[in-house]
Design a protein around this ligand. Structure first.
Ligand code: HEM
Length: 542
């Protein structure tokens, strides 16, 4: 009896061992297949060197383990490395190669002439649309389309960004900042305000500005606005929750999100946002039909270029689904980017008091004491724009963007050893090419002492092809002026009313540690995020 039992146990163990051996063999075969696939992909680009690893940024292993040399390379690599990966591998264009990733190889471009070529020649280097699918959840839009489809979107969307809208951005930012200062003046002695982390403030500001100047939708700083009857969330809550959770929703899907409370709230936010956007479209169509379409927000222009579904669309119009896709994209594109960029600008000005003072004095020379800030003042304040650009150079919120080669070609870059030796490499059809914005912005061939915060470099001549925080060419950012006016208006009001500096976290934090912390960053959903910018604002004496 005992013998039979132990024989059965032995056969179970043997079966398990066989199963284990089978799994290990299959994994080994798959790893070998991927290894040779990655090798072949690298051979097609002439084995251009670069940072290679087993698991790439789209692999869950990289997401969980973080960066481990040669093993994992999580998202955030371009800003961690900036120009240093080009120096390490000796060329202004390098490759990355992975065994486990969405793509086995990419090219990384920190060469201004090649970046210009890729952003200008739209048909030779189009957008790889698969990585933009996540932002089409409410409908196709100007960011997620290519070729004739994109042209139609862009033609209809472009007139929305006009001078009247820029002025509206100024007016709405002024109103919103005024409300913020009213709140601040009720805190403590009304003279000094300590903000533990500025990102929630700049995020709320960006959300309020894009909602008001984009869609004529106003709400306050404290989200105590009334929830309309029948709605589960206010517009601002639905919007901020959806924007924060877009990746979570795509990665996990509703079936998994349903399983816990926060997940269910995310699902609800996306549903509520759809209802709000639907209502906005219907209301605005109605007022357009009533002849009341003279507003300057982005949406008014957009709606004039669309037809209601019943009427059927012509080639020059957007359908309701496409309209909703573009409404969402304005909210998405105009929020996180601006919010985080403003956070970095405040951190830089707090850690460079001389530049903060210079920005104030330059502004004061334009706005006489006692005068109200106007749109004309803001447009004239070139030093304010230079500060904004220098912040975008040092901390580009979008650290890289993608194109792919539509057909085989050959490109030439140069070495990084100071000799500028030409390096020729093949670019096979289909390969994805990342414009390494952070690499371009820190490339010493284009920027003298690239690590230094020096707004003056934007007052003179500079290499425009080496500055791509908002992309370039026909697919450059459409919200460029919108975000510039918003940023400079906010900064102007702030500097005219307050001076600000970093707040120490505790008595043991040294000034050098505080400075390092104020400029610390992490990789967010789409952009890099300032991690802990705690500031003290002190009202200027008249
Ligand atoms: C600091 C703020 C901003 C930054 C850094 C930024 C950055 C960018 C970048 C890098 C692109 C190109 C993306 C790609 O090709 O993959 C882009 C495109 C775009 N941005 Fe912005 N953006 C900002 C603000 C805004 C604002 C405020 C809006 C709208 C109100 C906006 C609307 C758009 C649109 C519609 C496109 C797509 C253009 C096209 O493909 O034809 N952006 N932006």
């Amino acid at each position: 009896m005992g013998n039979v039992a132990s024989q059965n146990q032995l056969s179970d163990v043997l079966q398990l061992t066989n199963l284990f051996a089978l799994v290990v063999t299959l994994l080994g075969v798959e790893a070998a297949r991927r290894f040779f696939q990655a090798r072949a992909a690298l051979a097609r680009i002439g084995n251009l060197p670069g940072p290679h690893a087993i698991f790439g940024p789209y692999s869950p292993v990289s997401m969980i383990l973080g960066p481990i040399p040669y093993f994992t390379q999580p998202a955030g690599m371009p800003f961690r490395e900036r120009y240093s990966m080009h120096q390490t591998y000796g060329a202004d264009v390098v490759s990355s190669g992975y065994m486990f990733n969405m793509n086995p190889t990419y090219l990384w471009v920190a060469d201004a002439a090649i970046a210009k070529q890729m952003t200008t020649n739209r048909l030779d280097f189009p957008k790889p649309l698969q990585i933009y699918e996540v932002i089409s959840l409410y409908g196709p839009n100007v960011v997620s389309t290519e070729f004739d489809e994109w042209k139609r979107h862009r033609r209809i969307v472009a007139p929305s960004f006009n001078e009247r809208n820029n002025r509206l951005v100024f007016e709405e930012t002024t109103r919103i900042v005024g409300e913020l200062f009213d709140i601040w003046s009720t805190k403590g002695d009304g003279e000094t305000v300590k903000i533990d982390s500025v990102v929630p403030v700049t995020s709320r500001l960006a959300l309020m500005v894009i909602s008001a100047a984009g869609f004529g939708y106003r709400f306050g700083w404290d989200d105590m606005e009334d929830r309309p009857a029948g709605r589960q969330m206010t517009f601002s809550t639905a919007l901020s929750t959806a924007l924060e959770s877009i990746v979570l929703r795509i990665v996990l899907g509703d079936a998994i999100l349903k399983l816990w409370k926060r997940g269910r709230r995310v699902i609800m936010a996306f549903k509520e946002l759809r209802v709000y956007m639907r209502e906005m479209i219907d209301e605005r169509r109605q007022s357009a039909a009533d002849g009341a379409n003279g507003q300057a927000d982005l949406f008014t222009n957009l709606i004039n270029g669309t037809s209601s579904e019943d009427e059927g669309k012509t080639f020059e119009q957007l359908s309701d689904e496409e309209l909703m896709g573009n409404v969402f994209i304005f909210l998405f594109a105009g929020h996180e980017t601006t919010a985080h960029s403003l956070g970095f600008t405040l951190a830089l000005l707090a850690t460079h008091q001389d530049i903060q003072e210079k920005a104030y004095q330059e502004l004061r020379s334009i706005v006489p004491e006692g005068d109200q800030l106007t749109y004309a003042h803001v447009v004239k304040w070139t030093y304010g724009l230079a500060v904004t650009y220098e912040s975008l150079r040092l901390y580009p919120p979008v650290t890289s963007f993608a194109r792919y080669a539509a057909h085989d070609t050959v490109l030439t870059t140069s070495s990084t050893d100071g000799k500028n030796t030409p390096i020729v490499f093949p670019v096979p059809e289909g390969i994805e090419i990342m414009i390494n914005v952070a690499g371009l912005h820190y490339n010493p061939k284009y920027w003298n002492e690239p690590e230094v915060f020096r707004p003056e470099r934007f007052l003179g001549d500079y290499n425009r092809d080496a500055f791509m925080p908002l992309a370039a060419g026909p697919r450059a950012c459409m919200g460029r002026r919108f975000s510039e006016i918003e940023a400079t208006t906010f900064l102007a009001h702030l500097l005219l009313t307050y001076r600000f500096e970093g707040t120490r976290l505790n008595d043991t934090e040294t000034p050098a540690e505080m400075r390092e912390r104020l400029l610390r960053w992490r990789q967010g959903t789409v952009t890099i995020v300032p991690e802990k910018v705690s500031l003290t604002f002190t009202r200027r004496r008249k």
